[in-house]
Design a protein. Structure first.
Length: 363
């Protein structure tokens, strides 16, 4: 009996009561909330810092990619400016109709195969160039392995029989602007016809079947001191193009800063305008190369000099330019990256400079 009472008493002692069943005090709850807020704030700060770091690194990566692509492609065109597959010191005849005017569009103007323009001049047939920005124009001959086997002018047009290094059809299209050259001279003309069933023929003629068209079917043999200019009549001068003369496509490109139509990303990009070379007067393609390029500053070095000068100082000595200093200013596409959000909407900016030499001109 006594043992049962003792055990019952022990069980009563171990039973929870109101005295040992209690919750958190208000002070403890407030401390817990403050500690939670501190932890959440720290995590949020780390997350925001990582997000900003990611946006900054992404912006810098965009700048580097834009500069790398822009400089790589632009430098390629600069190096090739005025280049011909038959030599760079030979005279060139241009029998295209626009070349006979005083306002030759840049994509047909071999006399200015390399020329820079300051902000006072706009490029023809380019509709998105930003006003008061500089531009650069370059022409060259792009050899594709097509050569002359025979040159016949006995018919009503000039006819080339051509071959290729691969033995396949020449692949040139009616209306393409081409260049034929040998060791003594070159001629720029438009191919009248010669594709399809005439894959080994290439015809040069006048008329309105193609635009811009040729002013003559003669390819203009130049005799120094006698007839320095090709007469622009139907027959003209035959031209000295015998066996193994080279036929190349005329390549014309212009580089400029254009409006890309994306105002939220800054609105400006580096563009290349290129003669499409496929049967059309002034058929120019505008190709966006690098977004975020807001300006392009160009300075030029003349042969036998060491200083770089601007376009207006070069004057009419573009044939003497042997190197170009190109400075591209770039901004990130994302806003509010920079700590100073009052400048360029908080976009990060960089200005990068590179010097490119023209290959076919002496330094």
């Amino acid at each position: 009996m006594k043992g049962g009472v003792v055990n019952k008493y022990k069980r009563w002692l171990n039973t929870p009561t109101l005295f040992n069943s209690r919750g958190l005090a208000l002070v403890e709850l407030m401390i817990a909330l403050v500690l939670g807020l501190v932890i959440i704030g720290a995590v949020t700060g780390i997350m925001l810092s990582n997000t900003q770091s990611f946006r900054t690194n992404r912006g810098l990566s965009q700048l580097q990619d834009g500069a790398r692509v822009g400089y790589e492609l632009l430098a390629r065109d600069i190096r090739q400016a005025g280049n011909m597959p038959c030599g760079n010191d030979i005279p060139v005849v241009n029998i295209l109709n626009p070349a006979q005017t005083n306002n030759v569009p840049w994509y047909y103007d071999w006399d200015n195969a390399f020329i820079g323009y300051d902000g006072d001049s706009a490029l023809a047939n380019v509709d998105n160039q930003i006003a008061d920005t500089e531009s650069l124009v370059m022409l060259s001959g792009d050899a594709g392995g097509v050569y002359v086997e025979d040159y016949d002018t006995s018919n009503n047009s000039a006819n080339f029989t051509v071959g290729t290094a691969s033995g396949n059809a020449h692949g040139l299209l009616n209306g393409e602007v081409l260049m034929v050259c040998n060791e003594s001279q070159g001629t720029i003309f438009q191919m009248s016809n010669g594709q399809g069933n005439n894959a080994d023929k290439l015809v040069v003629n006048t008329g309105n079947s193609q635009s811009p068209g040729n002013c003559t079917k003669g390819l203009g043999e130049i005799i120094p001191g006698n007839n320095a200019n090709q007469p622009c009549n139907t027959n003209g001068n035959q031209g000295p193009y015998g066996h193994n003369s080279v036929i190349a496509k005329l390549t014309a490109t212009a580089w400029y800063i254009g409006d890309n139509g994306r105002a939220g990303e800054g609105g400006r990009s580096l563009y290349m305008a290129r003669l499409s070379n496929n049967a059309g007067a002034g058929d120019v393609q505008q190709i966006e190369i690098a977004a975020g390029v807001t300006s392009m500053a160009l300075r030029y070095r003349l042969a036998d000099t060491s200083d770089f000068i601007d376009a207006s100082t070069v004057g009419n000595r573009w044939a003497d330019v042997n190197a170009v200093e190109v400075t591209l200013t770039l901004l990130t596409q994302d806003q509010n990256i920079s700590t100073d959000t009052t400048v360029n909407e908080g976009r990060l900016g960089r200005a990068l400079t590179s010097v490119v030499a023209i290959r076919n001109r002496s330094l």
